[in-house]
Design a protein around this ligand. Structure first.
Ligand code: FES
Ligand code: FES
Length: 161
């Protein structure tokens, strides 16, 4: 059986170039957490079901457990932390807090990344559209209502309760 060699990859993570030699099967999620120190990206299921590992890869949201680190070579990743400089992300964070949309908080980084990217594409969504946009992100705590409320409030331009 042919054994594939390790590969050297460089990924821009929140503006920092991170280079490492990785096994071909190493996921982008493991690269972010273990090599780039981006522990704000959470590992829930590690198989594409929960969405808590969601990041932006060259402008597209991806579940980083489903992407190989080698596939992200020479690309740019933004995590929830990297997106915090943007007003829309700050508004979402405040709104999540105000609406009780953060309980244990484990799903929150992925929810926020998904919600921000969605609102950029669709700034005036219906509640149904918000639900559909977040349908790949699972939450065990909130029952989703509060999360939809939080995103809808940002879309409506108000962060109050
Ligand atoms: S950890 Fe990636 S989808 Fe669950
Ligand atoms: S707040 Fe706990 S999983 Fe969503």
């Amino acid at each position: 059986m042919e054994i594939m060699n390790e590969v050297k990859v460089t990924i821009n993570v929140n503006g920092q170039q991170v280079t490492a030699t990785v096994a071909p099967e190493e996921s982008l999620l493991d690269f972010l957490r273990n090599r780039a120190g981006a522990t704000e990206v959470k590992c829930g299921c590690n198989k594409g079901d929960c969405g808590t590992c969601t990041v932006v890869l060259d402008g597209q949201t991806v579940k980083s457990c489903l992407v190989l680190a080698a596939q992200a070579d020479n690309k740019q990743v933004l995590t929830v932390k990297g997106l915090e400089k943007e007003q829309l992300m700050q508004d979402l964070q405040v709104s999540f807090a105000n609406h009780g949309a953060v309980q244990c908080g484990f799903c929150t980084p992925g929810m926020l990344v998904t919600a921000k990217t969605f609102l950029e594409k669709n700034p005036q969504p219906s509640r149904q559209e918000i639900r559909e946009a977040l349908s790949g992100n699972l939450c065990r705590c909130t029952g989703y209502q509060k999360i939809v409320d939080a995103v809808a409030a940002v879309a409506a331009g108000k962060n109050d309760k």
